[in-house]
Design a protein around this ligand. Sequence first.
Ligand code: 2P0
Length: 323
Amino acid sequence: MRAVAIAHPNVALVKYWGKRVRAGNLPATGSLSLVLGGLSTETSVTFDPSLRHDRVLLDGREDPETTARVSACLDLLRQEAGVSTPALVESRNDFPTGAGLASSASGFAALVTAGAGALGLHLPAQRLAEIARLGSGSAPRSLLGGVVLLRNREATTVCEQIAAAADWPLQIVVAVTTSGPKAISSRIGMARSEQTSPFYAAWVETHAADLDTGLVAVRNRDFPALAAIAEHNCLKMHAVMLTTRPPLLYWTPATLACLHKIQELRQDGVPVFFTVDAGPQVKAVCLPGAADDVAAVLGRLPGVLQVLRSPLGEGARLRANAD
Ligand code: 2P0
């Protein structure tokens, strides 16, 4: 009745911002992402009949909102297994939590993997993705490794690996510019954008074309084409965020300094491009030979607190020795 799983956060190059229908947490758009193998979440799930209700410890702390989201996923797993036993969930991240580094994606991917493992369930990948999506719309992307495409068909989510980590060994340099959690969660922020940004409809309307362009670029291993569409899609999402009321301004001065520096590096011939999520950290995606220089240059910029390095990683999996 106990299992431990490891999962990695992911970063989308063509992004998800907004929901189609609120029930079931179905994203309004597909997305294309990279799994960050250098950052990890480890989650243990123990079904324990002596508990009166689920308990969830995230980096040692409990909060009612996280517990409710976790319980909703566990309820579906319990339903599949035909049990009602409460669970103790303990989850740890080796990177900043809730700060725009997709900790909810790796967290819910690890949760459903460990939860299914503890219950002895062997669910189809699609069912596991649907259960993970309930916790976090970006979590199904962390169930697979490498470059992952998420598409929403009717009321379901389909994930597909487009390239394994070894197929195109991209490197990601993360410039951390704040260490605390973000002020507005993605979930609240995107609901606000749907209702108030005059650009939201255009974001959704133009998204399928961005996704197709990104997909072709990955399939052709065309780095300049991927750089162009990823930066465009990222800035378009931030245009939606900035024009939300009240505005969602996730950037710090250091975020902007990183964006300018990365564009300057690329103009000088360094194969690197940026992307930024719902937080102030900048992810610089590089061809392998460029990562050392990019990390050194970003690390010297004022306001950059820390630079993390990551290759592409594997999908969520059970840890063999779950002691
Ligand atoms: C992404 N983000 O595609 C985009 C870019 C944030 C900015 O997916 O409401 O934390 O739990 O489904 O999964 C953040 O979405 O939000 C996200 P919910 P989640 O990576």
